[in-house]
Write a protein that binds this ligand. Structure first.
Ligand code: ADP
Ligand code: MG
Length: 264
């Protein structure tokens, strides 16, 4: 009898995934497998399809063809809220916070997305709903502490300095209790000290919650120090994949992305 017990299903898999925008192939033939607890980097020049990949995986875009699997289950045509509930959380390339809500409220709203019946239950005075609300509050406080925002919980999100806002986005994504966290250029606009702290934070979140992480990033130090595996895109296609060292040594990657001149 054939057995598939030896090889665990990848946490996330894309197969032959493609997206065209009125003739322009933003992504084509994309294949990626991400294991539980793995930290994978996606790099490539501007316009190479990195954010499109995130939008396809998280249901913000429908693929032209191909499929996305989460633990072997097809999630290709689900809506963003459904993908979130199955355990994939993301941040966006630009900051998208609820500016008028407090820092704590931003995280609480996300924590309660996972249990949408909580609010009604609380209004009805149901004990289980009360317990769920308490649990959400506990998770929110823990995430603010981990992201170094515990003292800013009462501030309006719009009033945060840029770097704090970017960490709040990560806290908010984590509050949905994902098994996969997808970060789109989280270090953009951060200074080198903040970028180092960010790499540490991402590693800590993986260790503490056992999540896998896919990170799109231009900061090569962050990618090389944090990621166990890197995939390189150019013009919508995968042109390289391997350990950070393998990718850095690849002539094709250097030519397309890192600049071939500095190889001499
Ligand atoms: P990256 O994140 O790697 O910079 P994107 O995935 O944002 O690249 O974009 C890939 C290509 O697809 C670019 O040429 C971009 O202009 C195009 N594109 C992305 N999103 C859209 C869209 N919603 N409508 C039309 N074209 C798009
Ligand atoms: Mg992008």
């Amino acid at each position: 009898m054939p057995s598939d017990t030896a090889v665990p299903k990848p946490l996330l898999e894309t197969r032959d995934l493609a997206k065209s925008f009125s003739g322009l192939k933003a992504l084509s033939g994309h294949a990626l497998q991400v294991r539980e607890r793995e930290i994978v980097g996606i790099i490539g020049p501007n316009g190479s399809g990195k954010s499109t990949l995130f939008n396809l995986v998280t249901g913000f875009l429908r693929p032209t063809s191909g499929a996305v699997y989460l633990r072997g289950q097809a999630i290709t045509n689900l809506l963003p809220a459904q993908v979130s509930r199955l355990g994939i959380a993301r941040t966006f390339q630009g900051t998208r916070l609820f500016g008028q809500l407090s820092v704590l409220e931003n995280v609480l709203v996300a924590a309660q997305l996972r249990v949408p019946s909580t609010l009604l239950g609380v209004l009805l005075g149901l004990p289980a709903a009360h317990a769920a609300q308490q649990a959400s509050a506990g998770i929110a406080r823990e995430l603010l502490a981990l992201t170094g925002l515990e003292k800013q919980g009462h501030l309006r999100a719009a009033s945060l300095p840029y770097g704090d806002g970017r960490r709040l986005e990560i806290a908010r994504a984590m509050a949905t209790r994902p098994s996969l966290l997808m970060l789109d250029e989280p270090a953009a606009g951060l200074n080198s000290g903040e970028t180092r702290a960010l790499a540490q934070l991402i590693g800590n979140l993986r260790d503490r919650y056992g999540i896998a992480v896919i990170v799109i990033e231009h900061d090569m130090d962050l990618v090389m120090n944090l990621c166990e595996r890197v995939q390189v895109l150019a013009q919508g296609q995968v042109i390289g994949e391997g350990t950070p060292a393998e990718v850095q040594a690849s002539a094709r990657v250097r030519e397309a992305y890192l600049g071939s001149d500095d190889a001499a």
